[in-house]
Design a protein around this ligand. Structure first.
Ligand code: EAX
Length: 322
């Protein structure tokens, strides 16, 4: 009798649905879940789960060590990560070209290059390093904060111990300005600022706001010295196990995530400066960037020599299609 009951239950549509295989995908990123990265990961989750009728379930987790997440994706212990390009150049050197200071004029320029053939050709370089560069997302233009003094000109940066990401392109820039670049993972940043191990750091407005860096930093200068891309990187096996239809659904979900992430960066950059002022930061808004670019000339010479100079010029000269 039990056997018949079991068969009857198994035939019940309710249980057939439950018996349907479900695939778990975990995405990690380094910021609060209610951040611009969280907005992107959540939009990806919602899109993929809806498109597959729940056959895919996406779990979003926070892990504030980007290098560790990239290594986990490489070895297959993590499906995907949303990370800034901070440490990415140590895995895919071709991506460092996007980390050059004052390379992009604005977000239209940056997003156009990254979503166009130049950005796509760099994504294609990830497969040789055991990863899939799925889609470019956005961290935003990076600005300088510190606890010692207002910064109006390059000379004000001299002598500051500035936390940088583990990114040789950024480290060279701050060294050229006479600062003392101190590379560390994001997970170590707030304790280092609290203990005075470093005087300052640089990050986009959304990161400064989401992590309440105003609690450990007094001065903000809108240097906009670097555009910081973000990127969705996945383990090749995670994607290879998908059917072509599910892989297409995942790609569409990644694009939905990109668009939600970028919309949130735009929103945060619109309100974030006033919010940080309200929280008590001294904000230097009007910054003449030309002296910073002039002071960085020696670094630019090295970038042109160490990277593909022609590519750097193509990126600088890019214009939106008319
Ligand atoms: O990706 O480490 C950093 O400063 C990054 O901008 C942050 O983790 C967001």
């Amino acid at each position: 009798m039990i056997r018949l009951a079991t068969l009857a239950l198994a035939a019940c549509p309710l249980f057939v649905g439950a018996a349907q295989a479900q695939t778990q995908i975990t995405i990690q990123h380094p910021l609060p879940l209610a951040s611009h990265y969280g907005a992107g990961a959540t939009a990806l989750k919602d899109s993929l789960e809806a498109a597959t009728g729940g056959r895919y379930r996406v779990t979003i987790q926070r892990n504030d060590n980007e290098r560790e997440m990239i290594e986990s994706v490489q070895i297959g212990t993590l499906d995907c990560t949303v990370t800034s390009t901070g440490p990415v150049g140590n895995f895919v050197p071709e991506s460092r070209v996007f980390d050059v200071p004052f390379l992009f004029r604005n977000t239209v320029h940056a997003r156009g290059v990254l979503d166009g053939d130049i950005g796509q050709s760099v994504l294609a370089r990830f497969s040789a390093r055991g990863m899939v560069g799925v889609v470019w997302m956005e961290n935003g233009f990076r600005h300088l904060t510190n606890s010692r003094r207002e910064v109006n000109a390059p000379g004000d940066v001299r002598g500051l111990k500035v936390r940088t990401m583990e990114n040789p392109v950024h480290m060279r820039a701050f060294q050229t300005l006479g600062a003392l670049p101190t590379p560390m993972a994001f997970s170590e940043l707030v304790p280092a600022l609290q203990q005075g191990t470093v005087d300052g750091q640089e990050n986009p407005i959304p990161v400064i706001v989401a992590n309440n860096l105003n609690q450990v930093q007094r001065y903000l200068t809108l240097t906009g010295h670097v555009y910081s891309p973000a990127i969705l990187i996945c383990n090749p096996g995670t994607l290879a196990r998908m059917t072509p239809a599910d892989r297409a659904a995942f790609q569409a979900a990644a694009v939905a995530g990109r668009d939600a992430n970028r919309a949130r960066v735009t929103a945060d950059e619109t309100t974030g400066v006033e919010e940080l002022r309200r929280r008590g930061m001294t904000v230097t808004v009007e910054v003449d960037r030309a002296p910073f670019q002039t002071a960085l000339a020696p670094a630019f010479t090295v970038y042109e020599r160490e990277m593909d100079g022609a590519l750097l010029r193509r990126i600088r000269d890019w214009q939106p299609p008319n």
